[in-house]
Design a protein around this ligand. Structure first.
Ligand SMILES: [Zn+2]
Length: 132
């Protein structure tokens, strides 16, 4: 498996390669064309009661975002395609961002599942005591 640093370097290299053919193109347009972006469809977003719209709605597209895992501190890339999936398919809250790397996400999911099982077992035991 590649580290976050390696993936970041790969993305940067690919971006440089794409931007090489954009000499003379206005800076903002060149940034858009050279970045890894995916169009945003605001109609597919989960309803939100927040004031204003998130950056990607104003911009009109998702862009690869670097983040640091809050568990292990590894650097990772939240890709534009994964962002589109999170917000538009999984209907994730538009104010949420990636905070954990893949390994730590799996670990957290397993921890929550075990905690849920313990909680359910506790409820069953409590009900059984109440019926005696
Ligand atoms: Zn992590």
């Amino acid at each position: 498996m590649k580290s976050g640093k390696q993936r970041k370097a790969e993305i940067k290299a690919a971006r440089l390669k794409r931007s090489a053919g954009l000499q003379g193109v206005p800076e903002r347009l060149a940034a858009y064309l050279s970045a890894n972006v995916v169009a945003c469809n605001p109609a597919q977003l989960a309803p939100s009661n927040s004031y204003g719209a998130p950056d990607f709605v104003h911009r009109g597209y998702y862009v690869d975002t670097a983040f640091r895992c809050k568990e292990c501190g590894a650097e990772g890339i939240w890709t534009a395609a994964r962002q589109k999936w999170w917000y538009e398919v999984a209907k994730g809250n538009v104010e949420t961002r990636a905070v954990r790397c893949k390994a730590c996400r799996a670990h957290e999911r397993a921890r929550k599942e075990i905690a849920r099982q313990i909680h359910q077992a506790g409820l069953l035991a409590k009900r059984a005591r109440a019926q005696q």
